[in-house]
Design a protein around this ligand. Structure first.
Ligand SMILES: [Zn+2]
Ligand SMILES: [Zn+2]
Length: 335
């Protein structure tokens, strides 16, 4: 089968072709697994973190890709169209699994990281970790929902927002544009404020119903009850804490931050940025329940992601464009 394979870590700025098109043997199944014929796979910013070594995969070579849509070709429910998200396995018995936070399990395994992922023609996966896709959502529309969307949904849940409270979004790529659509559905009386360095993304945010859009360091017309930061850098955390209301919560939706501007944290001003019971919480990743709730909600609310398609062979191009911040919505590989 054709696959785009990561063989060694690389800096995408100096090496724009970190993945290589190879022919791999088709996966062979063991008990409890199914084989998917992959049709689409989303491209995620976390893949840049893996390629560039901020969160190096535990094994190389590896096939990346954890927003996978396909049809079951072998195993239980043959012929069914399903999605596969980042969560590929968990123990099911520990305190986190039993509390419904299987994403925090010490035995958590990830698609496209601990196991081969969807940048390939076939994928094998545990049968109980695939998700049925509502009929009204196409394959291409589903892919970005499986990570960018589902993790964004978890981030939104972790905001503890009440309808009518204000929400800020820092960064406006694949995840936060879906959070905006989801928040407008879940909290119809809440106003949404978007912060991004990219002028096109600011226009995009306003066109989707944000009441205000500005640069990361601009001051919004009011303080905000909750903010979600999806950027890869540190300055937005400092800026978010300046505009967070007393008792408000900043949720950081990022697997890793880049090291570039970490020193801004040394200049945090305690009285204005941390005092007054302001909270900071990170998002680890997703549970199966998050993925299922979110797919259901998107179907009900008719939420569709904005996306651009690339051929599997052009995965490197999609990654380079993501690195350069050339994002409008999400990126999806056609396989
Ligand atoms: Zn992802
Ligand atoms: Zn567990």
């Amino acid at each position: 089968m054709k696959a785009m394979v990561l063989e060694s870590l690389a800096d995408v700025r100096t090496n724009p072709t970190p993945l290589r098109l190879l022919s791999l043997p088709e996966p062979t199944l063991t008990e409890g697994e199914v084989l998917l014929r992959v049709t689409r796979c989303g491209v995620c910013h976390t893949e840049l973190d893996e390629i560039e070594g901020r969160t190096p995969p535990p094994r190389l070579p590896v096939v990346l890709g954890h927003q996978v849509v396909g049809v079951i070709e072998e195993g239980e429910n043959k012929g069914l169209r399903v999605g596969v998200a980042w969560i590929a396995s968990a123990c099911g018995k520990c305190q986190h699994c039993l509390a419904g936070n299987e994403n925090l399990c010490a035995e958590f395994k990830a698609t496209g990281r601990d196991l081969n992922g969807g940048y390939a023609e076939y994928l094998k996966v545990r049968a109980d970790f695939v998700h049925t896709i509502p009929d009204s959502i196409s394959d291409s529309e589903t892919a970005p929902l499986l990570c960018a969307g589902a993790v964004g949904y978890r981030a939104l849940k972790l905001c503890n927002l009440q309808d009518g409270q204000s929400l800020g979004l820092m960064g406006f790529g694949g995840s936060n544009h879906l959070v905006l659509k989801t928040a407008k559905h879940k909290y119809p009386n809440s106003q949404i404020f978007v912060f991004t360095r990219n002028a096109q993304e600011r226009e995009f945010a306003l066109s989707l119903g944000a009441v205000w859009a500005g640069a990361i360091n601009e001051t919004p017309p009011q303080i905000l009850n909750a903010l979600i930061d999806t950027t890869p850098v540190w300055d937005p955390i400092s800026e978010a804490l300046k505009v967070l209301s007393p008792g408000g919560r900043l949720v950081i939706n990022a697997i890793r931050k880049e090291e570039v501007d970490k020193e801004v944290l040394l200049n945090l001003d305690y009285p204005s940025q941390l005092w007054m019971e302001k909270e900071i919480k990170s998002v680890a990743n997703v549970t199966r329940q998050d993925v299922r709730e979110f797919l259901q909600l998107t179907a009900e609310a008719n939420i569709k992601p904005e996306y651009q398609e690339y051929e599997l062979e052009d995965a490197n191009q999609a990654l380079v464009e993501m690195k350069q911040g050339k994002i409008r919505g999400a990126k999806v590989l056609r396989i």
